[in-house]
Write a protein that binds this ligand. Structure first.
Ligand SMILES: C[S@@+](CC[C@H](N)C(=O)[O-])C[C@H]1O[C@@H](n2cnc3c(N)ncnc32)[C@H](O)[C@@H]1O
Length: 294
């Protein structure tokens, strides 16, 4: 890769259409994410910022660097951290978390007492979604009159940087907007620099790990009681959303619930699933082997 010594003095290079399409195709093939023409500027700026750091002068040289050999794979990982849209918040869509709460109560009411509940936050970003699920689940188990089966949460994302932040579990007070005062007083403690940290009782339940959703079929995660996948599929083409949702349906335990963002897919049905009759959420429950929800 050729380096240009006085790169930082130069203007950002313009990306022509052919280069744009090349980068769009690479991103979509490797992550599923489509960069719309409106987001072209974001792509260009992110690439240019990284190229400036590496002192690479043109998009083509950088493209070749990223797509060749083991160093390319390392660079790709760093680049994904820049390109991923990691916007998130605690209890981002409260009705969806209420649906999780209700569903866990239903499972517990059926007398589940030994096998731990298994939840999965897909595209967990910096962890707020997974910790929100932990708060809801912990609360349900504490409130339940029956013996607690315990729980475990998988939280996966393609971005290592996001996962690093998630494991750190420290958030500025300004980012707790979705939580009630009672929730953050119960589940967080103040630490340095005006930040709050999630308590170990929740952190210990969550396994943050890297997973590209396009490689989900190989992941040894299955028999889930809750799959929570919001604000990720919206960046994908419709056919890919359907394919991935069909795979997710198979990863549910009988009676398990899949929750996606409201409106993230229309005209999709899966014979394994039944839509939850609540128009505030887009959730599906896997029928048991006899074809009923009971
Ligand atoms: C907009 S955030 C959504 C975060 C959270 N689910 C929410 O609703 O608040 C999308 C997340 O999906 C991740 N992501 C993008 N492509 C992915 C892929 N192919 N596999 C796994 N995660 C991916 C991004 O890194 C980012 O953290």
């Amino acid at each position: 890769m050729q380096k240009t010594p006085n790169w930082s003095l130069q203007q950002l290079p313009e990306m022509d259409m052919q280069q744009l399409h090349q980068w769009q195709a690479l991103l979509e093939a490797r992550t599923g994410v489509c960069v719309t023409d409106q987001r072209r500027m974001f792509l260009q700026t992110s690439l240019a910022t990284r190229m400036r750091e590496l002192q690479v002068e043109d998009y083509q040289s950088y493209y070749e660097y990223v797509t060749e050999g083991p160093t390319g794979a390392i660079e790709w990982s760093a680049l994904i951290d820049r390109l991923a849209i990691r916007e998130t918040s605690f209890m981002r869509h409260r009705p969806s978390f209420d649906a999780v709460h209700n569903h866990i109560e239903t499972i517990l009411a059926k007398g589940r007492s030994t096998q731990p509940l298994q939840l999965w936050s897909l595209g967990c970003a910096s962890g707020e979604e997974a910790y929100s699920l932990a708060m809801i689940t912990d609360q349900c188990l504490a409130d339940s009159a029956s013996r607690s089966p315990g729980y475990a949460i998988w939280a996966t994302d393609i971005s290592l940087k996001a996962l690093e932040q998630a494991r750190l579990a420290r958030y500025p007070a300004s980012r707790l907007g979705g939580l009630t005062d009672t929730e953050h007083a119960r589940w967080m403690r103040p630490v340095d620099h005006g930040k709050l940290e999630i308590l170990p009782v929740l952190r210990d339940r969550i396994c943050f790990t890297r997973l590209n959703i396009l490689e989900m079929a190989q992941a040894p995660i299955r028999d889930l009681d809750i799959i929570f996948c919001q604000n990720l599929l919206i960046y994908f083409r419709r056919w890919r959303r359907r394919d991935l949702l069909n795979l997710l349906a198979k990863k549910l335990a009988p009676g398990g619930m899949l929750i996606i963002g409201l409106g993230e897919i229309v005209d999709w049905n899966n014979p394994l699933l039944e839509r939850v009759p609540d128009e505030r959420v887009q959730a599906y429950v896997r029928r048991d082997t006899h074809g009923s929800l009971e």
